[in-house]
Design a protein around this ligand. Structure first.
Ligand code: G3P
Length: 214
């Protein structure tokens, strides 16, 4: 499974990249706002850190505006993936961009039918949001299973990025389903390393080592 880091905070990206465990970065307008910086500068710095797959989201709601923004973002780096919302205009933009070999990530996906339409439009990635579905009492993992089954049935090349990840359990279950990618907040990624029995085991090994070398 590929792991993308879901943040626009450069220090988090640097730390995760140096651990050698992330394959890309996803941002969105809320994450950019939290970073306190503008989209262009943030994406420029991120593309200087990671090797590929840096999602930058357009804000226009009309297809022409999305395409215009996409061309501007692509001037930053070929590592950029254009994130567009799951709307009719968004999929029109995906169809145009995919014909120009510009990679797209269709975001705010909450149903298997939305993912199916995005794949038919030629999206490189679709981003179903797990946490926000769980928040309203919907079983988000069933959505991932449904999308995976549909994409496998028709051999769609579109990759599933599990987004709105809120816990290591989300990541594990998406991996068990066979999703291509999980885009993970920094804290969740760090939590994936931890287990209390590992800590206890290290502590005991150190104590026993000390005893054995006295
Ligand atoms: O990649 C989408 C993600 O940033 C949204 O997360 O927790 O705001 O639903 P959340």
């Amino acid at each position: 499974m590929k792991i993308f880091l879901d943040t626009a905070i450069v220090s988090e990206i640097k730390e995760a990249w140096e651990l050698g465990i992330i394959d890309g970065v996803t941002t969105n307008p809320s994450l950019i706002m939290k970073s306190g910086r503008n989209l262009q500068d943030t994406l420029t710095e991120i593309t200087n850190i990671v090797d590929d797959c840096v999602s930058g989201e357009v804000i226009s709601l009309d297809t022409e505006g999305m395409i215009k923004e996409a061309y501007e973002l692509m001037k930053i780096s070929s590592k950029i993936v254009i994130k567009v919302p799951m709307t009719k205009n968004g999929l029109k933009a995906v169809r145009i961009l995919s014909k120009e070999n510009i990679r797209t990530n269709v975001t705010l996906v909450f149903s298997a039918n939305q993912a199916l339409l995005a794949a038919k439009a030629g999206a490189t990635f679709v981003s179903p949001f797990l946490g926000r579905l769980d928040d309203i009492g919907h079983e988000s993992l069933i959505l991932i299973e449904d999308i995976k089954q549909i994409f496998d049935n028709y051999s769609y090349k579109t990759q599933i990025i599990c987004a709105s990840i809120r816990s290591p359990l989300h990541v594990m279950n998406c991996a068990k389903i066979g999703a291509d990618i999980a885009t993970v907040p920094f804290k969740t990624l760090m939590d994936m390393f931890n287990h209390p029995l590992t800590d206890n085991g290290i502590e005991r090994f150190l104590k026993d080592y000390e005893k054995s070398t006295k």
